[in-house]
Design a protein around this ligand. Structure first.
Ligand SMILES: NC(=O)c1ccc[n+]([C@@H]2O[C@H](COP(=O)([O-])OP(=O)(O)OC[C@H]3O[C@@H](n4cnc5c(N)ncnc54)[C@H](OP(=O)(O)O)[C@@H]3O)[C@@H](O)[C@H]2O)c1
Length: 243
């Protein structure tokens, strides 16, 4: 199997690349930090192709993604893992805009390119790394909104002809807390290691699941969050985030 992992330099993406490589998958790895792509390459057991690009630059991403796919030949799976979030209580606009650029613009660019590639190829699998945050708004508003966008976009792709026929598979991965650079702050609970998250994501991809919570018990949290009245929800989520 051949897989492209967008955002493989650290955290969940890096652990997933290693897991897939140890299972013999050929890897295409991307991110902005070239030194981390280089160090990851040395840790992988299988063939590896690297591409350095910023997903917020649509033109650069398009050219780089197409060049990577051409270099790898046939690809079977694209994992869109790149993501950004900020928990600065000052709520700076620049951080909100960067979150939207990475999680919405960057995500859309790669998801569209991957879907169109798989349409032409006649088969493929798109995996988006969304979040439990997708199910409801949150005090760092753009992050939750952007992940709701990711999950909705994936559901939309699943409605298209090639997905309905089973030629293209769409998987929406919704992690809870995972111990990475992104998961900062107090009040975190049920924090999974990137390796544990990667193991469960890998299993979900192999099983061609549609929606998966990582770790599994976060499904309960998602349902609880969805069912809470707003008056109670906002108190819990706001105080938990310290804002
Ligand atoms: N950690 C959690 O608790 C948690 C929970 C739910 C969902 N998630 C989601 O899981 C995914 C992975 O996050 P993580 O926790 O593993 O954090 P991380 O270690 O910060 O990884 C983020 C990855 O995204 C890439 N990325 C960020 N901005 C980019 C840009 N402009 N262009 C290209 N690549 C970019 C980074 O690569 P470069 O910096 O090298 O570009 C890095 O490889 C994200 O989508 C995140 O929203 C995480």
């Amino acid at each position: 199997m051949k897989v492209v992992v967008i955002g493989a330099t650290s955290g969940i993406g890096r652990a997933l690349a290693k897991k897939m490589s140890s299972s013999g998958w050929v890897l295409g790895i991307t991110g902005r930090r070239l030194e981390l792509l280089d160090s990851l390459e040395t840790e992988l057991a299988s063939e590896c192709y690297k591409s350095q690009f910023d997903v917020t630059d649509v033109e650069q991403s398009t050219a780089a993604f197409e060049a990577l796919v051409a270099e790898m030949g046939r690809i079977d799976v694209v994992v869109i893992n790149s993501g950004y979030g900020n928990t600065d209580p000052q709520f700076p606009l620049a951080e909100e805009v960067q979150t939207a650029l990475v999680n919405v613009v960057g995500f859309t660019t790669i998801a569209n390119l991957a879907y169109c590639h798989f349409q032409q190829q006649g088969a493929g699998h798109i995996v988006g790394i969304s979040s439990v945050a997708a199910v409801r708004g949150g005090p760092f508003a753009t992050y939750n909104a952007s992940k709701a966008y990711v999950s909705s976009y994936l559901e939309g792709l699943g409605c298209r002809k090639e997905s309905r026929s089973g030629a293209i598979t769409i998987t929406d991965i919704r992690p809870g807390f995972v111990n990475t650079d992104m998961a900062k702050g107090d009040g975190l609970f049920w924090v999974a290691s990137p390796e544990k998250a990667a193991d469960q994501i890998y299993t979900a991809i192999k099983a061609k699941k549609r929606i998966v919570y990582i770790t599994k018990r976060w499904r309960m949290v998602a349902y609880l969050i969805m069912s809470l009245p707003f008056s109670l929800y906002r108190r819990i989520i706001g105080q938990g985030a310290g804002v």
